[in-house]
Design a protein around this ligand. Structure first.
Ligand SMILES: Nc1ncnc2c1ncn2[C@@H]1O[C@H](COP(=O)(O)OP(=O)(O)OP(=O)(O)O)[C@@H](O)[C@H]1O
Ligand SMILES: Cc1ncc(CO)c(N)n1
Length: 349
C-alpha cells in the first residue's frame, strides 16, 4: 500500500490546524474545490432587503458568484420608502474596499448608492488603485440618485463627481431614465431620446452605456433598454410585467450584469443574460410589504432546482475555459426570454 506523501518542509500536514487559526481548506478526503468567481458591490444597505447591498448579494448568490461588499450608507428603508439615511465615513468605505481586494480580490465590481462627493472620490480613487494592482477588472456603475419613493440617495454636488470621476472608469453604466436625463442633460420620453442620451453619456468615458427602459414609454408592451458601445446599437427587449413589485430592479439588473462579467461572459452576453434574469425576478416577485415590493432573486432555483440558471444563453455563451469563445451575436440570437420571446431587438444602424 502506498504511504501517504509526507508534506514538504514548510507545508502543513493535511487536516492540521493552520498556524494563522483560519479554517483549513478542504477536509481531508474531499475533492479539491474550484474557487467560484468573485464579485464586489460598493453600495448602500437597504434594511428592507429588496435593493442596494442586499439585492446585490442575493443576486450574486443566485447566479453562483461569491459576493463581497463595501457599504457606503445605511438606509432605514422598506417597500414604502426611505425613513432615514446614515452615511459611512469615506475612509471606512475605502477601508472596506482595501480589506476585500487586498485578500480576496475580485473578478468584477459594481457601484450603487454612493451618497456624497467625498464617497464618490474615495471609491474612484481606490478602484483606480486596485485596478493597477490586480489588473483591470470590469466595473459596472449604476449611478443611483433617487429611490423609487423619491428619497435622494446621491446629493446634488456629487452628480458632477460621478460624471467626472466614476463614469470614465466604467466598463458599463446603467442609468435609468431620470439618471440618464440628469447626467446627459437630455430629456427622455422616447427610445430615440434614450439613444441621444446614450450617445452623450458614452462621450463621458464609459465603454458601454445601457439606458434602462423601466420608466421610458411605460404604456408600451415591452420594457426596452438601449445599449451603445460607441459604435453599435442594441436593444434589450422583454415583456413589460404589470406589477408594483419593482423595488430594486435597477440594483438587481446591474448586480446580474456584474455577476455574469465575473463569470467571464463578454459584455453583450452579460447584458442579455442579466435582462433574462431581471425579467424572471420581476415575474416571480413575492407579495412582500405594503408598497413597491422586491423582486425574487432566487426564482431560478424554483424553476430548475438542479440547474439554477446555469447558462441562460445556452452553452455557447462562453463560461469557464472559453470565456467569450462564441461569437456574441450567434450566442444571443438563440436567447429567448422566460416567455420564449426574443430578448434582443438586434443590431441597429
Ligand atoms: N414592469 C417591468 N417589467 C419588465 N421589466 C421591467 C419592468 N420595470 C423595469 N424593468 C426592467 O428592469 C430593469 C431595471 O430598470 P429600471 O428602469 O426599473 O431601473 P431603476 O429605475 O434603476 O430601478 P430601481 O431604482 O428600483 O433600482 C431594466 O432592464 C428594465 O427594462
Ligand atoms: C440602498 C439603496 N440603493 C439603491 C436603491 C435604488 O433602488 C435603493 N432604494 N436603496
Amino acid at each position: 500500500m502506498p504511504t501517504p506523501a509526507e508534506p514538504r518542509p514548510g507545508e502543513p500536514r493535511p487536516g492540521a490546524p493552520r498556524p494563522d487559526g483560519r479554517p483549513d481548506a478542504p477536509h481531508p478526503g474531499t475533492p479539491p474545490q474550484v474557487p467560484p468567481p468573485r464579485a464586489m458591490t460598493i453600495a448602500g444597505s437597504d434594511s428592507g432587503g429588496g435593493a442596494g447591498i442586499q439585492a446585490d448579494l442575493k443576486t450574486f448568490n443566485a447566479l453562483r458568484v461569491f459576493g463581497t461588499s463595501a457599504i457606503t450608507a445605511l438606509t432605514a428603508q422598506n417597500t414604502e420608502g426611505v425613513r432615514d439615511v446614515h452615511l459611512v465615513p469615506p475612509g471606512m468605505v475605502a477601508a472596506q474596499i482595501d480589506a476585500v481586494l487586498d485578500d480576496i480580490g475580485t473578478d468584477a465590481a459594481k457601484t450603487g448608492m454612493l451618497g456624497t462627493t467625498a464617497i464618490v472620490e474615495a471609491v474612484a480613487e481606490r478602484i483606480g488603485h486596485w485596478r493597477d494592482r490586480l489588473g483591470p477588472f470590469p466595473l459596472v456603475v449604476d449611478p443611483v440618485m433617487i429611490a423609487k419613493s423619491g428619497a435622494p440617495l446621491l446629493d446634488e454636488p456629487a452628480r458632477e463627481a460621478v460624471r467626472r470621476l466614476l463614469l470614465p472608469l466604467a466598463t458599463v453604466i446603467t442609468p435609468n431614465r431620470h439618471e440618464a436625463e440628469e447626467l446627459a442633460g437630455v430629456p427622455i420620453r422616447t427610445l430615440d431620446d434614450a439613444r441621444r442620451a446614450a450617445q452623450v453619456l458614452h462621450g463621458l468615458g464609459p465603454t458601454w452605456v445601457v439606458v434602462k427602459g423601466g420608466h421610458v414609454a411605460e404604456d408600451s408592451a415591452d420594457a426596452v433598454d438601449v445599449v451603445y458601445d460607441g459604435r453599435d446599437w442594441h436593444l434589450l427587449r422583454a415583456p413589460r410585467i404589470a406589477t408594483r413589485s419593482t423595488h430594486g430592479t435597477g440594483c438587481t439588473f446591474s448586480a446580474a450584469i456584474t455577476a455574469y462579467l465575473a463569470r467571464g461572459y463578454g459584455v453583450l452576453d452579460a447584458l442579455r443574460a442579466a435582462k433574462i434574469y431581471i425579467t424572471g425576478a420581476i415575474r416571480h416577485a413575492p407579495a412582500i410589504g405594503r408598497g413597491h415590493g422586491p423582486t425574487c432573486s432566487f426564482y431560478p432555483w424554483e424553476a430548475a432546482p438542479d440547474d439554477p440558471l446555469g447558462d441562460p444563453l445556452g452553452a455557447a455563451a462562453g463560461e469557464g475555459g472559453a470565456p467569450n469563445g462564441a461569437p456574441v451575436d450567434q450566442a444571443a440570437s438563440g436567447a429567448a426570454g422566460p416567455e420564449g420571446r426574443q430578448l434582443d431587438g438586434g443590431e441597429e444602424g
